[in-house]
Design a protein around this ligand. Structure first.
Ligand SMILES: O=C(O)CCC(=O)C(=O)O
Length: 289
């Protein structure tokens, strides 16, 4: 199979400029997010889009006006190859260094879902007393690849409240849109408040209508919402919003317990992967002994 992403010898891709790495880590620690520009070439990002679409078509769930798939790297060979490629892992290792990088196994694909403000730790036991937000040693991150250009002011752009990873849910913190080009990667602390594409008035009305109409007609309301929204998007020539997300952290207890929590909530799914990819996943993904 033709690789989606350049084959780079292990460690050859580590950034030569130590100040770039230091800045990346500082931004993550203090702001709770950072952008790595051009991690993928535009061609690589373009080749990934049909892979994500196919995977979502075969496996995804209708949700929030789009489709969403959990644990995609366990079902889709090309996604697993891409996310565990040396190009990606070497950059993640720069963040977790001197510890090895560990993938938690959370890996989501999405197309056209709508969103609201949230963080990714509401179910974590240390979220209830807020102690997770006071812990500056906590380093669990998500890497997000949006596979189309999204300008700073576009409704499609990921929005974050910088520094909220250390404060919890704080609506008064100003939000910032993270404009990206296809191929850029956004890394964010799983504690940060963030939001994807907000539903418009039309989305909210359509959703309400689908919920009301679905019950008597014995339809799946989420599916009806997604499909009717897809028709509206097509009429308006709106480009699909496609993304890949993966969670990682340093090889230490904080990452392992975050992974355990995730597995309790979403027990894993497994597809048919090649022996080579399975071996790569078991080398890089956390497995509680
Ligand atoms: O749809 C988006 O861009 C937001 C994704 C998100 O909130 C998440 O992955 O936690």
């Amino acid at each position: 199979m033709e690789p989606l992403i350049r084959e780079v010898p292990r460690l050859a891709n580590v950034t030569k400029d130590i100040s770039v790495t230091t800045q990346l880590r500082q931004e993550l620690r203090s702001n709770g997010f950072a952008i790595i520009r051009g991690l993928l070439t535009p061609q690589e990002a373009k080749s990934l889009r049909p892979v994500v679409r196919r995977s979502l078509k075969a496996n995804g769930r209708y949700l929030y006006g789009g489709k969403f798939q959990l644990h995609a790297m366990y079902t889709t060979e090309e996604v697993a190859r891409f996310l565990t490629s040396d190009v990606i892992l070497a950059r993640l290792k720069e963040i977790t260094d001197p510890l090895e990088v560990v993938l938690t196994g959370e890996c989501d694909l999405m197309i056209n879902t709508t969103s609201s403000w949230h963080n990714d730790v509401p179910h974590h036991p240390r979220c209830k007393d807020g102690s997770i937000f006071a812990d500056d040693t906590f380093r669990v991150y998500k890497i997000a690849f949006y596979l189309q250009d999204q300008g700073d002011d576009s409704p499609a752009t990921l929005k974050v409240r910088p520094r909220s990873h250390l404060k919890g849910v704080v609506e008064s913190l100003p939000a910032r849109g993270l404009g990206v080009k296809a191929g850029d990667a956004i890394i964010f602390d799983v504690r940060i408040e963030h939001a994807g594409q907000m539903p418009t008035f039309v989305d909210r009305s359509l959703r309400r209508f689908c919920e009301l109409a679905a019950r008597p007609l014995h339809l799946d309301a989420q599916k009806a919402f997604t499909l009717s929204r897809a028709i509206l998007r097509r009429i308006a020539f709106t480009q699909d919003r496609v993304a890949v997300f993966m969670t990682f952290g340093p090889a230490e207890e904080q990452t392992y317990s975050y992974a355990d929590e995730g597995r309790l909530r979403h027990p894993g799914t497994r597809g048919t992967l090649s022996t080579e990819v399975l071996a790569q996943l078991s080398r890089t993904t956390y497995n509680r002994p």
